[in-house]
Structures are given as structure tokens and as C-alpha cells.
Design a protein around this ligand. Structure first.
Ligand SMILES: Cc1ncc(COP(=O)(O)O)c(C=O)c1O
Length: 454
């Protein structure tokens, strides 16, 4: 048989998160013989919006199916203008459409930016796992900045790290709102980070893919407004428009970057020519100002908030569990480290083993463990996504009878997201069982000791 030699660069990269999750679930989630487990698993792992693609976007895609010609490299002008107006209207960020480049997903555009920009990358952790394989693939120097203590970059920690880095250019990856914590940076926090970046000439890639999911949209501030000369903003259709499969993202370049954009154009033309033309036309409807889109954003972010608050409240009531309080996205970061001794007593020695033990019968809980969030392998933190429900049905029920009081909201979760309710109860059961097993082992051990003692 022919032997294929794979480029070392490819062999060296980590499995990206989407592949990692799928492989993990296939490997460890065997079909369960118990009839009560026929539902599969409690899906706290996948970061996919449960809602339907907005109707205007779907309609526009159908209407533009005949557009078979290549688009220009940076994207069709109508879309770049729609994105410019969208940013002004929703995020108060006024930007010339020539600074906007469209690409097949934010992920690809971040990769392209890392390709074109020389420099050491500063990666705050925990992080979305998408960044690290790209950084490694491109053989870039990088440094982690652990923000585990309060979940956000602090100017002091940032400056402390920057002073140790030798490279003439440094690039900070800022993910705001944040995956996995669900936290949102305030204007003041961004200003403090900007002061450090200005002082040391740091570039920022501000991944704002979850901006539109901010529960109180007035709380979201784009880094592009605070640090316009040094920030590359990335955003797209995947999360706010529940259209990850459309593969459409955009980047907004900093001010005064004409030359850089010409170089960027070269990269895009070399790698993928242009983004799909019908998808670009469909996206116009998603960024265009319309009552339908405004309602879509309003309803979906309210539902994310209700699900997030329920998940937050329920997990924090569990003994020893602490989580971040999400203000956006559809995730939170849960800390199970107070259970370390119990994990170790049950041979669960790292976060990978933790995820494996959760997916087994009778628990069937799928979540993203610390190792997939670029945390230490022995950090028993996990990302919990609250999206395992029928989004279309939830939207309909929300419109018919919007929950107002806190008990209405709990009822709403119970009716529309029973798997979230049951899955969280299952996490509690897992923790109880873990304790019981450990305690029975310990008492077994002391009985054994008594018997064998002279
Ligand atoms: C923080 C973050 N950035 C980027 C992406 C990828 O976005 P896109 O689908 O536009 O490539 C994701 C997807 O999960 C994400 O969570």
C-alpha cells in the first residue's frame, strides 16, 4: 500500500474543537442499552445557537440562488455597506465600509489576520479552542495570559507579560463577549486595556462574534470604538443569526490601513478567491435594518438570558460549584475544583478523564472540559452551553406569552428546555455519586485497616 507522508506542520497541530468534540462523543458515548437513555446525551458541549436562521436571511438566500459569478475579494459592496450601517446602529461604531472585508467565517478571517501580522500572540485563557491550533499551525510565538482569577484580562497582568516579550510587534486576542465565560468587558475595562496597548503598541484582534447576544445590549462596547487605530474586529452570522453553516464572517480593519488591506486582499485571493456570492446576498438581509431582524435579536437574546440565568442559579446551588455569571453568549464556565480530592480518589486525574466520566452511563453529560479551554489539564473547570432545546418552539412560545416574573421564567425553561433541566439535575447526581463512592471507599479502607491491624 502507498505510504503518504504528512507534513509535520499538520501532524503537530491540535485537533480543533469541533473535531475534538465529535471524536470524543463518538468514542465515549456508546449507544446505551437502557431505554431511558435513548435521548442520546445532555448536550452542554456544542456551541451552536438553537434558533432558526432568520426568515429574511433564508428568503434572501433563495432569491439569490441564481447569482453564480465570483464576488470581488473583499466582499460585495452592498454587504460591506450593510455591515457598516449595522455596526453604527447596534454598536455605535461608525466605520467606512472600505475597512470591512468579508470572508467565509470569522475563524478563517482570524487565521488570515494571524497569517499577515507578524508578531507574538498573547492568548488569554480560558479561551475558545479555535485560536490555539491556528497559532501553532502558523508557527507563531505565543504566550498564555491566565485570567482564571476573575475571568478577565487586567491591565496589570497584561503589562507584566508584555514587558517580558521581546518581539517588535505583539497581538492580543480579546474575545468579548467571552467564550467560555459569558462575561462582557465594560467600557472602563476596555479603556484600561487600551491604555496598556497604546503605551506598548500592541495590536488587538477583538473577536466580537457574540456581541449581539449581550443580554442587555447597551452593556456591549466594541473595542473598535475605544482603540480604533489598533483593533481588528471580527464578527459574523454564526452566533447572532444562528447561521454557522452559512460560513460568513467579516473583519473591520483599524483606521489608516490601506496598504495592509491590499496585502490582506492578496492572501484572501490566494486562499479562497471570495466568499460565496449567494451567501453574501443572504447576509445583507441579516445586517439590514428591519423590524423583523430587531425582533429576532431581541427575542433570542432574552431566551439566552432566561436559559443562562436558570443554568447559573441551578449550578451555583450545588455544593462546592461556582460559575461565572453570563451576561452574553450561551455559555458559562463552571468550576468543580473543590471536588479535586473526590476526582483523584476515583482515578479521575485530569479534565479529559472528568469529561469521559460524565459522558458514561447513567450520566450522559456532554460538556467541554478544561483541557479544551486551554487550561491546565488538572483544572476541573468546564464550559456549559445552555442551548440544548428546540429554539423554534421556544421563540414561538416566548412571543405568545413572554415570561415576566422569575417563576414564569423557571416555568419557561421547564416547558421549553426539559433537557437542560434534567441535564443539570444529572450533574448534581454525578457529584453526589462521586462523593458516595469516595466515602464508601474510605470507610472500606478504614474497615480493612481495622481488620488487618494487629
Ligand atoms: C469565540 C469564537 N470565535 C469564533 C468562532 C467561529 O465563528 P465562525 O463560525 O464565524 O467561524 C466561534 C465559534 O464557536 C467562537 O466561539
Amino acid at each position: 500500500m502507498k505510504k503518504f507522508v504528512i507534513d509535520q506542520q499538520v501532524e503537530d497541530i491540535e485537533l480543533p474543537e469541533n473535531l475534538k468534540l465529535n471524536t470524543f462523543l463518538q468514542e465515549f458515548h456508546s449507544d446505551c442499552p437502557h431505554p431511558e437513555c435513548s435521548f442520546g446525551f445532555y448536550g452542554f458541549a456544542f456551541g451552536q445557537s438553537p434558533f432558526p436562521v432568520p426568515k429574511p436571511v433564508q428568503d434572501s438566500l433563495i432569491n439569490n440562488a441564481s447569482k453564480g459569478t465570483y464576488a470581488g475579494v473583499p466582499g460585495i459592496p452592498e454587504l460591506r455597506e450593510a455591515i457598516s450601517r449595522y455596526n453604527k446602529r447596534h454598536f455605535g461604531f461608525d466605520v467606512d465600509s472600505r475597512r470591512i472585508y468579508v470572508g467565509p467565517g470569522t475563524k478563517e478571517l482570524i487565521f488570515n489576520l494571524l497569517e499577515i501580522l507578524h508578531g507574538t500572540v498573547i492568548l488569554p485563557t480560558p479561551a475558545w479552542l479555535g485560536y490555539l491550533p491556528q497559532i501553532r499551525f502558523l508557527k507563531k510565538n505565543y504566550h498564555m495570559l491566565n485570567v482564571r482569577s476573575n475571568g478577565k484580562i487586567t491591565p496589570n497582568d497584561l503589562e507584566h507579560l508584555i514587558l517580558r516579550l521581546q518581539d517588535r510587534q505583539k497581538i492580543l486576542i480579546l474575545n468579548n463577549p467571552n467564550n467560555p465565560t459569558g462575561l462582557v468587558y465594560s467600557q472602563l475595562e476596555l479603556e484600561e486595556i487600551t491604555d496598556v496597548c497604546r503605551k506598548h503598541g500592541i495590536l488587538v484582534i477583538s473577536d466580537e462574534i457574540y456581541a449581539q447576544t449581550t443580554f442587555d445590549i447597551n452593556k456591549f462596547v466594541s473595542m473598535g470604538r475605544i482603540y480604533p487605530e489598533g483593533t481588528f474586529i471580527t464578527n459574523g452570522l454564526s452566533k447572532s443569526h444562528a447561521a454557522g453553516g452559512y460560513r460568513l464572517g467579516y473583519v473591520i480593519f483599524p483606521q489608516h490601513t490601506y496598504e495592509l488591506r491590499q496585502q490582506f486582499k492578496k492572501i484572501l485571493a490566494t486562499e479562497y478567491t471570495a466568499t460565496s456570492t449567494p451567501i453574501q446576498f443572504a447576509a445583507i438581509a441579516g445586517f439590514h435594518e428591519s423590524r423583523e431582524m430587531d425582533e429576532y435579536f431581541e427575542i433570542t437574546r432574552k431566551i439566552h438570558q432566561i436559559m443562562g440565568e436558570y443554568t447559573f442559579q441551578t449550578l451555583n446551588k450545588m455544593e462546592g460549584v461556582k460559575t461565572t455569571k453570563p451576561e452574553a453568549t450561551f455559555y458559562l464556565l463552571a468550576n468543580f475544583n473543590t471536588y479535586s480530592d473526590y476526582f483523584l480518589a476515583n482515578k479521575i486525574s485530569n479534565s479529559q478523564k472528568f469529561s469521559e466520566s460524565l459522558i458514561q452511563h447513567p450520566y450522559h453529560i456532554a460538556l467541554v472540559g478544561g483541557d479544551s479551554l486551554v487550561l491546565e489539564r488538572t483544572d476541573f473547570s468546564a464550559r456549559i452551553a445552555f442551548v440544548d432545546y428546540d429554539g423554534q418552539r421556544a421563540m414561538k412560545n416566548y412571543v405568545n406569552n413572554p415570561p415576566k416574573t422569575s417563576s414564569d421564567k423557571i416555568e419557561f425553561v421547564k416547558t421549553n428546555a426539559p433537557k437542560i433541566v434534567d441535564g443539570l439535575a444529572m450533574i448534581q447526581r454525578y457529584l453526589n455519586d462521586l462523593k458516595t463512592k469516595t466515602n464508601s471507599k474510605t470507610s472500606q479502607l478504614s474497615t480493612d485497616t481495622e481488620v488487618t491491624a494487629p
